[in-house]
Design a protein around this ligand. Sequence first.
Ligand code: ISQ
Length: 150
Amino acid sequence: MEFTEEQEALVVNSWDVLKNNSADLGLKFFLKIFSAAPAATALFSYLKDSKVPLDQNPKLKTHATIVFVMIGESAIQLRKTGKAMDESDLKHLGAVHFKFGVLHEHFQVAKKALLETIKEGAGELWSPALSNAWGVAYDHLVASIESQIK
Ligand code: ISQ
């Protein structure tokens, strides 16, 4: 699963655009996951007693922004460092995903949601090669998290 120089360039260039819209795109990413897997809302304590619709929940938007930026930053530094994430962040992420019982198929639902979100956010920069590049970077991140879980 090589992440080539060309793929890195596609990811880095598009992240320059995507990152400016990370709150809206992050929220979009989460909403796509929730529409594919409504049960996933139960993972977030701040959603439990909330009366506002998901798409208007400020806590969800803040959290979704953090997650989206984390995924983007993982992708843009992957080739330089040879790692999806530094060891201490990865330990934490591994522990969180283990605690919630996240399985490989859940990561695949999120992958589809991420790639759709990137397509919507990248505009004219989008191409099948761009999508594939983000998919490869995402797969590296997931493999790192899963290596902590198993
Ligand atoms: C877990 N990690 C990242 C994003 C998520 C979105 C919805 C549900 C669980 C998630």
